[in-house]
Structure formats: C-alpha cells, structure tokens
Design a protein around this ligand. Structure first.
Ligand code: GLP
Length: 244
C-alpha cells in the first residue's frame, strides 16, 4: 500500500485527482469506479477544472458507481445519481450512456443487484476504484459485519451511517434505510484502488482500517490484502497512525 500524506483537504483532493488523471491519460477508455460522500467532492472539482483547461478528456471513459440509496428517484437531490451529475458528469465530456449506478428505483433487490453485477462484468471490471471511508470503516455501504465475498447487494444502513448521512436530508426519518452497494468482492476485483480520507473524525477509522487486524467488523481492513491500494489522506486523518 502506498500512503500519500496531504497537508489538508485541498491538497488531498489534488493528489487524488492527479492519480485519476494519470489513469485516464494512460488508458483513455478506462473504467473508473466512483464514490460519493463529501470527501471526493474536491477531487471531482479538480478534475472538472483540468477538463476545462483542456488537460483531460472523458469522452472514452466508463464509470460505475459504488452505491445508490434504495427508493430514491434520480431527480431526488440526495440520490447518488443526482450527486454524480452535479459534481462531475454534467461538467465534463463524458458519454452519459456509459455512466452507471445501481437502480435505486428497482424495488426487487435481487433484480437490481443482478443487473448491476452484469453491468460491471460487461464493461470488463474496474480499472481504478475510488473509495471514501465511513466512520465505522465502511466502504461503499458495506457496513461492519458484512461478508467479504459479496458482490452487489442490498444493505440496511447502520444507525451510525444514518446519523452521519442525515446532514444531507431534511431530517433523520428522510434518510433511506436501505441501499444497493457493490460488495467487498466487487471492490477487491478492481485493478487499482484509491482511498481518500480527510479530517480528524476519521483518524480512528484510518488506523483501524489500514493498521489494524483484517476483520469484517472494519470492512475497509480487507483492502490491506489488495495488491494496488493508494491511500491519500490528510494530516488530520493520519494523526493516529504513528510513524507516518
Ligand atoms: C457514505 C457513502 C460512502 C462514503 C461515506 C463517507 O456512506 N456510501 O461511499 O465513503 O459515506 O462519506 P463522507 O466522505 O461524506 O464522510
């Protein structure tokens, strides 16, 4: 695992965007696995800036997102579809027909997950997967206790995640209780993984995930077994990891 220590959120965002840019430049028709949450917003902003300067071309890129809330339509401002459109897809020259997220409006979980697995397989798997990190060590929506061998599945969100994500909704009761998420097996199948983390509130999660024991109680800890993981974290997020 490579660890890049960034000064702050802005520096973390630039470093992460540099890695994604390198991927797109080296392989213009690559498949990017994308993430939502507040952490990657600065990374997307930086990519958009470089696109506008003419340094990046998304025309051949395919994307598959990690997850989507179950029951939120695409035009709901809190849906991850809406998020991706707002932060990246509508701002660069990506072909929208090659941007994929799980279908949150598919009520039948089995169908939604099967279709999403088929999409991921049909695009040939992910070249570079971007990940944020939840406070409880979750990745995508793979909450603590999840089996490592799962592909896309429907998950019931933990109370901690509902509380953490409630800031984006009118009230706690508006946060969907379920989501479709790529499983750990899907995430681990990516050729390369890039994790972005910022802030002192994530320092425990970073220490446990990358320096603790590998356990389903800290889903991100499985990343220690992947052979091409880059962690870009700011000083605050790395503050509880000694010697870095
Ligand atoms: C959500 C997303 C995750 C994300 C996590 C952390 O639960 N499903 O993909 O990593 O939030 O979000 P944030 O970056 O806002 O702390």
């Amino acid at each position: 695992m490579r660890i890049y220590k960034a000064k702050d959120y802005y520096d973390m965002s630039r470093k992460a965007a540099n890695i994604i840019s390198a991927q797109i430049i080296m392989k213009p028709h690559c498949v990017l696995g994308l993430a939502t949450g507040s952490t990657p917003i600065g990374t997307y902003k930086q990519l958009v800036e470089w696109y506008k300067k003419g340094d990046l071309d998304f025309s051949e890129v395919t994307t598959v997102n990690l997850d989507e809330y179950k029951g939120l339509p695409k035009d709901n401002e809190q849906s991850y579809y809406y998020f991706m459109n707002e932060n990246l897809f509508s701002k660069v020259n990506i072909d929208k027909s090659r941007t994929f997220l799980p279908d949150g409006m598919e009520e039948d979980s089995e169908t939604a997950c099967r279709k999403y697995n088929e999409i991921i397989h049909s695009v040939g798997g992910v070249d570079l997967q971007l990940l944020g990190l939840g406070h409880n060590g979750h990745i995508g929506f793979n909450e603590p206790g999840i089996a490592f061998e799962k592909e896309t599945h429907c998950i019931t969100l933990s109370e901690r995640t509902i509380k953490a994500n409630m800031r984006f909704f009118m009230s706690e009761k508006d946060v969907p209780r379920q989501a479709y998420t790529m499983g750990i097996k899907t995430i681990m199948s990516a050729q390369k993984i890039l994790v972005v983390v910022s802030g002192e509130d994530k320092a425990d999660a970073v220490r446990e995930a990358f320096f603790g024991s590998i356990t389903p109680h800290v889903p991100a800890s499985i990343l220690q077994l992947h052979n091409d993981v880059t962690l870009v974290a700011d000083e605050a997020a790395l503050s509880k990891c000694t010697g870095i």
